[in-house]
Design a protein around this ligand. Sequence first.
Ligand SMILES: [Zn+2]
Length: 377
Amino acid sequence: MMTMGFGNVSVTAANADSAGRPRDMYAVYFQKHGDSGVLETGRLPVPSPCPHEVLIRVEATSVNRLDIAVRKGFPGLSLGWPHIPGSDAVGRIESAGTEVTGCEPGQRVVINPGIACGRCNHCLSGKSTLCDRFVIVGEQINGAYAEYVTVPSVNIKRVPADFPLIKAAAAPLAYITAWHSLVTRAGLEFGDRVLVSGGSGGVSTAAIQIARLFDAHVVATTRAEEKAERLRGIGASEVIVTGKPEGWAKSYMASGGRPFDIVIDSVGSALWKDNMRLLGRGGRLVNYGRTSGGEVSMDLSFVFWKQLQVIGSTMGDPGDFETVMNLIFSRKLDPVVDRVFPLREAAEAQDYLEASRQTGKVVLLNGERNSPEDLAE
Ligand SMILES: [Zn+2]
């Protein structure tokens, strides 16, 4: 029973409080850091919404690289146990805290995973990612690999009735991160030349679409030949298959390749040298992660002569969330879903992502919603 999705478990009177609210819920969680084998399934208490929060019955979530990094642990991360991962969530409002207005039970909403204090100068100027109290759902606090999750009511947005559940679940963290990196931080302009290094991930496929929305010339790199066609289909103007991830820049430039205005990167050390070399005058290297390592060296003669900028980017602000979700709901951006797993197979889904077998997003469906046919919904 402990491994079954909540859709297979009926909530009984014994599992409900006096008001009929369920006391415990199905969840995927871990109690120590490690490989995907540390993920457990079972029942945990249903979280109670604080006065400004809503309780959401999660219908779908998605897998992000962040989930794997949190599961493995990293310096500075301190979790309460058990920890529930998962930053994205789409679901229906179950209940709301006493201070929440304008939310109705049953509304389908998507969450912005970035939570901040809402009161400091950074928050009041719309830059909540700079808030000292900025946290991400599923990273420092419990996430959405569960039947229920709570978030502040300012972190939800209504999903249009005709919009596919799975695409909504695939969107938030990846698209917010891509938009914040390219547009808010790197100042993407119409017609820019943009390099998306490691083009197959969730943020990368989002970045390709966003850059195309700005009529950019987008070059994506991939190590897998079989992904090239898919990346072209998503919108990449050129796809470069790199045998080894590093060392291709010289031959690209020597064969007449033009330099880039923006490089968006989360690979880090393995590609850093190439990325710096590929930037043109006034170029911006925007970095949002370091999957191959965070120690880099760079030749400052590139930096001052070409007047380069190295820009850090983390997740995104409420304005980024509003903008990308509006573009997605109006079908101007189209989340790429590679594969759907039932939530109970979260460990397999994380392994699939960690092995970079996907192009785009991997979605986890709660309960009985566990088949790709739900894509059509
Ligand atoms: Zn703040």
